[in-house]
Structure formats: structure tokens, C-alpha cells
Design a protein around this ligand. Structure first.
Ligand code: SAM
Ligand code: SF4
Length: 333
């Protein structure tokens, strides 16, 4: 296994978390992420195989990465995902294997994923009404998402998180019902500000519903909140507890309160390109090295080069901000 010091960038940020996209495909079409029609997906042979993903994870683990998150596209549309989870679970040094899913296929797969060694699940839930769900995802399926959430609870995943992308003019009426549902289920709810990563490039700054606005709305509708402690400074969310002890809610505010200074994350796209930021405009080609079957040291050097080139921040609000060419589903959120 590769040895060497941890993955520290020029600003001293230590990288111990890798987000692995396993597919660019999805079974719904959220407007903040994908085009509605005529999506061109990568052919199967371009995607990393499970063996290639596991090898990359093993080299990363040798460099101090101990947390993995599977994402996409929709990771549960990749065939035999539990098999990948069990391969990753066998990598020495990996403490956590998490999944971010839209939940549509979770009811069918939750048990197998848990048995394979998946440790955590984040489920996207943007609305509690079918009408708003359809407006956002341009497909039906809220009932299946809710069944997926129930199944995740049933099989015993700890600390299930529900993620809501907050969009001005759409999300506001959903907030009280989402907050009540999460409280009732004993799950953490996190609101994520809408970022300029939509495939149709319609993002406008004034569509961002900030975490601060949502917090005020929850306090009015549900009850007072107080800041929670922050055991892990690299966590992107600002968490709050209900003062009556009945649960917590978090806010991921990449637009109004960027958290780049504490970022510990790296990403690999489904076709094996390393990225040091969601907003990277440059990628490091791990797939070519994996397919040339180079030694661990050469792969480790590519990873280090990627980390060393990380910029201080995404700069969404700066005049020279350039959107990445890829949309969220092609990166892996
Ligand atoms: N398909 C899965 C899902 O939706 O949970 C996993 C992939 S999705 C790209 C990962 C996360 O990114 C989801 O929580 C999704 O809501 C979020 N996301 C997608 N596009 C976004 C955007 N433009 N701004 C903020 N969050 C976004
Ligand atoms: Fe699919 Fe997730 Fe993108 Fe929605 S956010 S279109 S569920 S990949």
C-alpha cells in the first residue's frame, strides 16, 4: 500500500474525505442539476469498474483518506452497488462509507447495502407535496422516496440525514412540513443553498434561498433554535438544535457563507477524473493511470498534484468566477 504523509494542500487543509461518483445516470431530472430531456450519458466502458474504484480508494486510504461517500448521478441505478460497498469496506483505513441518494430505489436496496457495510445514508428530500416534488424533479416519485426513507430507518442506519436544496419561490411553503417530518422521524434535516451547477445554466443569484432565511422561517413555524457544537470543523453545515431538545436542523450555505477554508474533500467522477473542488475547471486523469496499471506511487503522485493545486475558494461571488463545464450530475455532489 502507498505510504506517505497526509494530503495537505498549500493552505494546510488536510484531505481525508473522498466523494466517489459511480454513475452520471439518474432516474429523475431535478432542474437544479440535470437537463430535462436528451441527456447524453457516458457509455459504460468509460466508467471506472468496481475494481478500479477500489484500487483508487486503497491508494487514497494510504494517504490518509478514511471517509468515502458514494454519489452520482443516482448511485442506486448502478448495478450491484452493494458489491462495491463490500469491496470498499474491506479497504484498510476506511472508517466510513456513506451514500447520497434520491431515495427512489432505496426501499429495494437498503438491506443489502447495510449488510455490505454501508455506514451512513443521506437522502434528498426537497418537498413533502407531490406537486412540488414533480415541479423540481420533473418526474413522479415522492411516495417512493418516502418508502426509501422508511426502509433506511427500518434496517437500522444510524443518524439518517435528509437534504433539501433550497430554491427561492419554491421551497418556502415546504419548510414547515419538512421540518416536522424530520423531527418526527428523528432525522437530521439539512438545507443546501442552490449552487450554479445546473445543466441548463439558469441559476440566478436571486434564486438562492439562504440558510439564514430558512432558519428564521423554522423558528417562526416550529420553535426557537440554538447553535449546536461543532466537533468537526470541516463539516460544511451550520447545525442548530431545537431549544426544546426535539431535534436538529442544519444549513449548508456555500453561496452566502462559503466554507472553503475548512474543506477536506476530494472527488472522483464516474469516469475517473479527480477534482479538488465542486467548482474545479481542471481535472486529474486517474482512469488513464488505473488502466495503464501503473504502480501505487504514480497514482499517489497524481492525487498529490490534484490536492496541491486546490484554490483557496470557489469564488462564486467574484467577478472572474467561471462555472465548471460539468453540471452537478456529471461531477458527483
Ligand atoms: N442523486 C443523488 C441525490 O440527489 O441525492 C446523489 C447525487 S446529487 C448530485 C447530490 C446532492 O447534490 C443532492 O443532495 C442534490 O440535491 C444536490 N444538488 C444537486 N444540484 C445542486 C445544485 N445546483 N445546488 C445545490 N445542491 C445541488
Ligand atoms: Fe438526479 Fe440527484 Fe441530480 Fe436530482 S440531484 S437529478 S436526483 S443526480
Amino acid at each position: 500500500m502507498t505510504t506517505g504523509g497526509p494530503l495537505i494542500d498549500n493552505l494546510g487543509r488536510v484531505h481525508n474525505s473522498l466523494r466517489i461518483s459511480v454513475t452520471d445516470r439518474c432516474n429523475i431530472r431535478c432542474f437544479y442539476c440535470m437537463p430535462e430531456e436528451n441527456v447524453r450519458f457516458r457509455p459504460r466502458h468509460e466508467l471506472l469498474s468496481f475494481e478500479e474504484i477500489t484500487r483508487l480508494a486503497r491508494v487514497m486510504a494510504g494517504l490518509g483518506v478514511n471517509k468515502l461517500r458514494l454519489t452520482g448521478g443516482e448511485p442506486l441505478v448502478r448495478a450491484e452497488l452493494p458489491k462495491l460497498v463490500s469491496q470498499l469496506a474491506a479497504v484498510p483505513g476506511i472508517d466510513e462509507i456513506a451514500l447520497t441518494t434520491n431515495g427512489i430505489l432505496l426501499a429495494e436496496q437498503a438491506r443489502a447495502l447495510k449488510d455490505a457495510g454501508l455506514t451512513r445514508v443521506n437522502i434528498s428530500l426537497d418537498a413533502m407535496t407531490e406537486e412540488t416534488f414533480r415541479r423540481i424533479s420533473r418526474r413522479d416519485g415522492l411516495d417512493r422516496v418516502l418508502a426509501g426513507i422508511a426502509a433506511a430507518k427500518e434496517v437500522g442506519f444510524p443518524r439518517i440525514r435528509l437534504n433539501t436544496v433550497a430554491i427561492k419561490g419554491i421551497t418556502e411553503p415546504e419548510i414547515p412540513a419538512l421540518a416536522k417530518f424530520a423531527k418526527h422521524e428523528g432525522m437530521e434535516l439539512r438545507f443546501i443553498e442552490f449552487m450554479p451547477l445546473d445543466a441548463e445554466e439558469n441559476w440566478q443569484h436571486d434564486q438562492v434561498l439562504t440558510g439564514e432565511e430558512i432558519r428564521r422561517s423554522i423558528e417562526t413555524a416550529i420553535g426557537p433554535l440554538e447553535p449546536a457544537s461543532r466537533p468537526d470543523p470541516s463539516q460544511p453545515a451550520m447545525d442548530f438544535n431545537y431549544q426544546d431538545g426535539s431535534g436538529s436542523v442544519g444549513f449548508i450555505n456555500p453561496v452566502s457563507q462559503p466554507f472553503c477554508h475548512d474543506c477536506n474533500r476530494l472527488r472522483v467522477t464516474a469516469e475517473g477524473q479527480l477534482r479538488n473542488c465542486l467548482f474545479s475547471t481542471v481535472e486529474w486523469d486517474a482512469r488513464t493511470l488505473l488502466r495503464k496499471n501503473v504502480g501505487d506511487e504514480e497514482l499517489a503522485q497524481l492525487i498529490r498534484d490534484c490536492v496541491r493545486a486546490k484554490k483557496p475558494g470557489h469564488g462564486i461571488d467574484s467577478a472572474d468566477f467561471i462555472r465548471p463545464q460539468r453540471a452537478m450530475y456529471q461531477i458527483g455532489g
